[in-house]
Design a protein around this ligand. Sequence first.
Ligand code: HEC
Length: 101
Amino acid sequence: MKHPAALLTLTVLTTSLFAQAADPERARNLAATCANCHGTNGRAVAGSGIDPLAGIDKRVSLQKLADFKNGQRPGTIMPQITRGYSDEQLELIAAYFATQK
Ligand code: HEC
């Protein structure tokens, strides 16, 4: 064994990556960061003037999020928020809200 430390690092890295992918609550936890403004599980408060996210088709939400992220669509807050997530995380979030009623 020439590089035991490298092997250990690799093991730790792959283990944590696997643990992340295997976490069934991951999408829900990511989506929870949207609740302050878009309501619990994306059910916006009536009359709040904010768009609900629950039940919106995944591709539709994902496109809107991508437009905010790449600057196609202006916004007060969403451009900053979407840039804080990877494309893979946004996909998980959009998929999660699509399943909410
Ligand atoms: C601080 C409040 C706030 C948070 C947190 C927030 N949003 Fe928003 N969201 C807004 C506002 C305000 C708009 C209107 C666009 C703008 O001004 O940025 C909006 C617009 C949107 C839209 C477009 C709705 C439509 O039908 O046109 C989507 C999709 C969206 N948000 C998704 C999300 C997701 C997903 C999260 C969590 C990752 C999130 N938002 C977190 C405030 C927020």
